[in-house]
Design a protein around this ligand. Structure first.
Ligand code: ATP
Ligand code: MG
Length: 209
């Protein structure tokens, strides 16, 4: 599979996962947030799939940037700009490369993380999707450095993302609507972090095929 095909597989899996889990992600957000997260994500990725065939496929970076613009154009509230920025930054970090190796993928994820931090004024420990995304990126980097295959690296990253998402249950939300509830936000997992875990598990499954 070419890097373009791999990128499309990953983006498509993210979109399918977001759409199929609309209710689950919304329910997670309704525990201490306003419950719109599942809806927002599903509508944004639906829009992306509607325009799928016409997206610019010059290279993976361009494809990701166009995807980010589509997502951000539909999703309102907080998640549109956050997820749109993540895709845009990852695409920019890919540049015009046609072959994406492990270190490049890690650099793309770091760029996405920096974009989310800047957009959301969020840091690790604030009980957001960053609390799954950063550990999984660290794990991917370690696995690639140790010479793991992409399949093994993604599987390991999925396990790390799941453990990290579960661990958000002990945190107090510092960002987003959930932060309005203060201490009451402790005891339930963050919706965004859990969505990241579910997505990476799905990517890992797709990758092993
Ligand atoms: N400022 C932020 N920075 C990073 N991530 C955030 C931020 N605010 C929320 N999140 C993440 O987004 C998820 C909720 O997304 P959602 O779209 O429901 O946002 P929200 O906080 O309800 O705001 P709104 O309802 O105004 O869109 C949270 O579970 C968290 O992971
Ligand atoms: Mg919400």
């Amino acid at each position: 599979m070419s890097s373009q095909e791999q990128t499309e597989l990953v983006v498509r899996t993210i979109a399918d996962t977001a759409i199929e889990n609309e209710k689950y992600f919304g329910d997670l957000d309704s525990v201490v947030g306003d419950g719109d997260f599942g809806y927002s994500l599903a509508r944004g990725f639906e829009k992306l799939l509607e325009s799928w065939d016409g997206l610019d496929r010059t290279d993976p970076g361009t494809f990701l940037k166009r995807s980010g613009m589509m997502i951000a154009s539909r999703i309102g509230g907080t998640s549109g700009p956050l997820w749109g920025t993540a895709f845009l930054r990852a695409g920019a970090a890919a540049g015009s490369a046609t072959d994406l190796d492990g270190p490049r993928v890690v650099a793309m994820l770091r760029a996405a993380i920096d974009g989310i931090k800047a957009r959301g004024q969020a840091e690790i420990g604030d009980k957001t999707l960053l609390d799954a995304l950063v550990p999984l990126t660290d794990r991917l980097e370690q696995e690639f450095a140790a010479g793991a295959s992409s399949g093994d690296a993604v599987r390991a990253a999925a396990a790390t993302a799941r453990a990290a998402a579960d661990a958000t249950s002990d945190m107090v939300a510092k960002r987003g609507r959930a932060s309005y509830t203060g201490e009451r936000s402790r005891g339930s997992v963050d919706a965004g972090a859990t969505a990241v875990a579910v997505i990476v598990e799905r990517i890992s499954e797709a990758w092993q095929k």
